[in-house]
Design a protein. Structure first.
Length: 53
């Protein structure tokens, strides 16, 4: 039972760190557009990269 005195504060600190990282990632725009880069490669203009003769 003495180990709970150590494990509970450690788990609370880890949860607080994870929550702080989640808030930081959300506020910095990490989750704004997850599908855009995947579709952008499909609509890439290949004609602009061909050398002219």
């Amino acid at each position: 039972m003495e180990i709970l005195v150590v494990l509970i504060p450690i788990s609370v600190v880890l949860i607080l760190i994870a929550a702080a990282l989640w808030v930081w990632a959300t506020k910095s725009g990490q989750f704004d557009d997850l599908e855009g880069p995947a579709y952008r490669i499909l609509s890439d203009d290949d004609e602009a990269q061909k050398p002219e003769r």
